[in-house]
Ligand binder design. Sequence first.
Ligand SMILES: [Zn+2]
Length: 136
Amino acid sequence: MRFQIPHTLLAQLRAVQSARGYSDDVTVSEDAFLLDPGFGPASYLTADGRVLLDTREWSGEPVREATPDEAVCVIVVGAKKTGIAGLFELLPPRPFGAATCDRCLGNRFWSFGTDAGTGRAKTIVCPTCAGHGWVD
Ligand SMILES: [Zn+2]
């Protein structure tokens, strides 16, 4: 899966990454933007539209391209973490006849329980629709 990144979005991604002052071997070698340092794999969107997952610290496996569902998850989380709403526009359009996801009600995120540390609801990308907000 490869996203077509409009020039305006590319400029926003470069500005956010520059403001963070962040770079690593993946951002440099792949011309990529860190979307989520993650509790699991770090995830990136490359300037040419690929989503990469870095699980080297966890599994020792090399950086790999995300599956289509993983890629949607990464974009949804990345939009939240970077504050760049334009990332949502990269996602595949809702197919005709698709139903709004029952679990997240189309919000892409699902909240459950309470985080003992912050007292706030724990929120993750919806496991039912993988962040699409709809099910086909
Ligand atoms: Zn959902």
